[in-house]
Design a binder for this molecule. Sequence first.
Ligand code: F0G
Length: 453
Amino acid sequence: MEPYRIKVVEPIPFTTRQQREEALRRVNYNLFDLRAEEVTIDLLTDSGTGALSAAQQAAGMAGDESYSGSRSFYRFHEVVTELTGYRHILPAHQGRAAERVLFSTLLEPGKLALSNTHFDTTRANVELAGAEARDLPCPEAKDIDSPSPFKGNIDIDELRRILTGPEGHRVAMVVTTITNNGGGGQPVSMENIKQTSALCRAHGVPFFLDAARFAENAWLVTRNEWGYQDRTPRQVAEEAFRLADGCVMSAKKDGIVHIGGFIGLNDGELAQRCELLLIATEGFATYGGLAGRDLDMMAQGLTEVTEPSYLAERAEIASYLAHRVHAAGVDILEPPGMHALYLNAGRLLPHIPPHNYPGHALAVQLYLVGGIRSAELGSLYLGEEDEAGNPTKSAPYELVRLALPRRVYTRSHYDHVGETLAVIAKHAGSVQGFRITEQSPILRHFRATLEPV
Ligand code: F0G
């Protein structure tokens, strides 16, 4: 059961099917353009959407808003130092700000960044620094039906091959994303982190964690990795951070705050250069674009997030929803992770070709039938067409992500998601695909307009 009870509530909106049809037409079938008050269950993201605890709110009230050297900073600094062990900690307003500051300091044109999978903003910040971002997912990741427990791993053989090969001198950093959000929210094993760490040290390449979901990764390690069953998630997380040379962190996930992030580094010289950029573009080094109260709430959230009872319930509710989804006759990327489920829309809607966006069609149905908002991760997100609209590239899988905000929705909300999917699955054959009517040159899924075909 949930290891907490509800003290503050917020009403959720209910709409009629006719209102949802009108809303969809108004936003040209782009779900990002819906007003949140038109959405009943919002599973667009688990980022910044969690519920604060009473202790976090109390910590926020005690926040010290001094411009420099605030008490809040020192509390935050102490908590993050104990958790990660890094010698230098710089606050940032969210994950992508931490990425921008670190990557633009470390990378330059011609350099190569390697990762199990770069998250969108991580890739964008590598590319903005003029470097190349290359993903090296492990071979098991390609089979989305395999229940293999650590499909988030980096491909160690490929990493070794690149580091020892002719491109080795170009590699400026390796980033392991835990859990691997771009790779279906799958965890990374400690063995894989250890091997990556050893390879990077042997080749003098800095190794960082993109630690947005470090606690969820640690929980799955305690469940599934040999030798870690008797460890606490906190112990696993501490060990993981210490295997890397630093981290970038979006605290909007496993910091359970609405805004916040940080950079952790061991290299003093690198930290000094990052600090100067941080001061110029984010804020002074003791607040990094955040208010004192944000730092206090983040410190408290980072302490709560590794509590076994919290993590056990989070894993439990994800598998509860996975069960409901399976019962509705819909497949997911296996095994279910913790922060999200990825529905296999391509398999549910085989009559819709990739360039008519089966994932988007399913996301639209989830809203139309159940007022549920989700995110397409298929050919609308990853595909490309030529000028005439003929497809030139489609996504490897047509997926829809149901992200689970922390401590927000209960089992009856997720029952509604399961029931909605069962209704959709029953008339799957009649679900229509879409055509893009207008799109932007980059990140088109955010701004594209569409119409049914
Ligand atoms: N790294 C990972 C693995 C992420 O999932 C995200 C954000 C970021 C970095 C960037 O952090 O949003 O604080 O700037 N992921 C969100 C999502 C947006 O919905 O998955 P941010």
